[in-house]
Design a binder for this molecule. Structure first.
Ligand SMILES: Nc1ncnc2c1ncn2[C@@H]1O[C@H](COP(=O)(O)OP(=O)(O)O)[C@@H](O)[C@H]1O
Ligand SMILES: [Mg+2]
Length: 296
């Protein structure tokens, strides 16, 4: 469904996308996970025909040029920078985007109603977008990408700046889209989102893919060993015999056998009020691959 080979884009001397290749089969939700400035948006804008690549091959549904209207009709883009007319209502925005994608007459009206319902904005459909909360705007931004019922959906950080309720709602909507068999390319710098939504994830930094696999495989290969975090009731007289790092009364260390640690610590005569197992996750994968945190 989506095929990308050696995609490149520079802005002057800055190589924003530096040779990116991946394939997304039909019906898969695929994630680009990387920090701000990694090149995710630049890649998405090339795949949707907004930016001209310097080099590389793009296939969407077997077609090579996403600037062509017949290709675009099957593509939905929810851009990171909201693309909404604040002076217009939700209904007018959806109608505008629907017409751009070639919808007309009763089909347009029907799809606008579906999209309003999907964004849960039917009650507010006549109000100007300028009066909406940021969560409502994000929901509408997503609905505008879906109004023409596209098979391939590009979602660029679709949850940025939204309240937890809208965020959950967006997740559920995206999971519904996946269940309907749509192909989804999702970018985020939140590893929890990639873990929850994406079957496979490409870890990107400085315009390059550093690793690409399913989340469990990435974690198994690059996540390292589990860590444990223990809050001690009181510190022993001699803290130099404690494993790991101590911060206040919280002790943290890596362990190959974390389940055995509570008994081992009890044997050392240590009393503790809480024990937390920190399983390797995508955050650790990113840290191990790049030496820096996703949130830097
Ligand atoms: N239009 C542009 N002109 C110049 N530099 C840009 C432009 N768009 C993006 N960049 C730069 O390219 C790099 C990648 O940006 P971007 O694709 O937006 O990353 P991400 O979406 O992963 O945060 C960044 O260093 C950014 O500053
Ligand atoms: Mg971006």
């Amino acid at each position: 469904m989506i095929h990308v080979h050696d995609l490149r884009k520079a802005f002057d001397s800055l190589q924003a996308v530096a040779g990116v290749s991946f394939d997304v089969p039909q019906g898969e939700t695929f994630g680009l996970l990387g920090p701000n400035g990694a090149g995710k948006t630049t890649a998405i804008l090339m795949l949707t025909g907004v930016l001209q690549p310097d080099a590389g091959v793009i296939h969407i549904n077997g077609e090579t040029d996403p600037t062509q209207p017949q290709v675009r009709r099957h593509i939905g883009l929810a851009p990171q920078a909201l693309s909404l007319y604040e002076m217009l209502s939700a209904e007018e925005n959806l109608s505008f985007f629907g017409k751009l994608y070639g919808l007309l007459g009763p089909r347009l009206r029907q799809r606008v109603d579906v999209a309003l319902n999907l964004a849960r904005l039917t009650e507010r459909k006549h109000d100007r977008v300028g009066t909406y909360s940021s969560g409502m705007k994000r929901r509408l931004n997503l609905a505008c990408a879906l109004v023409h019922d596209p098979a391939v959906v590009f979602l660029d950080e679709p949850t940025v700046g939204v309240d937890p309720q809208s965020r959950n709602f967006l997740f559920e909507t995206i999971e519904d889209l996946a269940r309907q068999g749509r192909t989804i390319l999702y970018t985020t710098h939140y590893m929890e989102e990639a873990e929850r939504l994406c079957k496979r994830v490409a870890i990107v930094d400085n315009g390059k893919i550093l690793a690409l696999d399913t989340v469990p495989n990435l974690v198994a290969q690059h996540g390292g060993v589990p860590a444990v975090e223990i809050e001690l009731d009181e510190l022993p007289g001699d803290t130099t015999t404690l494993p790991g790092q101590l911060e206040g009364k919280v002790l943290r260390f890596d362990s190959e056998a974390p389940q055995e640690e509570p008994a081992r610590l009890a044997q050392m005569g240590l009393k503790f009020s809480s024990f937390r197992l920190l399983k390797p996750n995508l955050e650790r994968v990113f840290l191990n691959l790049t030496g820096k945190s996703l949130r830097d």
